[in-house]
Design a protein. Structure first.
Length: 164
């Protein structure tokens, strides 16, 4: 698997799984009926943000994507943040782990002191487990802050990892 910067040709490959994940309403707080133009605007950050794709080296298929940037401007700009989406068809292939590891390496090289995830849905046990395995801790949970389509109101974790 290759992780590379997104290019102008990648959005059409990202959009189908982006749409599927957002429409499911289980992991991202985006409107479920989000259209492709609005999705593109939300996901494809402008510099100094960074957007990457994970690509199958044999088929060339886009397996997942991540975006990353400073968590906050100004006096909060020393902490990074990132978001990840993996094509459900590529689940359990290490795509998410590769994307998180890539974003951590980027954040270290860019001089960030830590990485913070502001809204990890607590019922997303796969993501929470992955982040914990990579050194993130839940530093707080906002009870009932996410309206899950099947589980009702669930918490949103704030997760953090210092970068040495």
């Amino acid at each position: 698997m290759l992780i590379r910067e997104v290019n102008g040709q990648d959005w059409p490959a990202i959009w189908p799984f982006f749409r599927e994940i957002v429409a499911a309403g289980e992991t991202f707080p985006y409107p479920p009926a989000l259209g492709p133009d609005e999705g593109r605007e939300l996901w494809l950050l402008r510099p100094p943000g960074r957007v990457v794709v994970a690509v199958d080296e044999v088929s060339g298929a886009v397996l997942g994507t991540a975006n990353m940037a400073a968590n906050r401007p100004g006096n909060g700009s020393h902490v990074a943040s990132a978001s990840y989406m993996v094509d459900p068809a590529a689940a359990r292939r290490g795509v998410g782990r590769a994307l998180v590891e890539d974003s951590l390496e980027w954040a270290r090289k860019a001089g960030f002191r830590g990485m913070q995830f502001n809204a990890v849905v607590e019922s997303n046990v796969v993501a929470v487990g992955l982040y914990r395995s990579l050194g993130f801790e839940v530093v707080g949970t906002v009870p009932g802050a996410f309206r899950h389509p099947r589980e009702g109101f669930v918490g949103l974790h704030v997760m953090y990892r210092a970068l040495g």
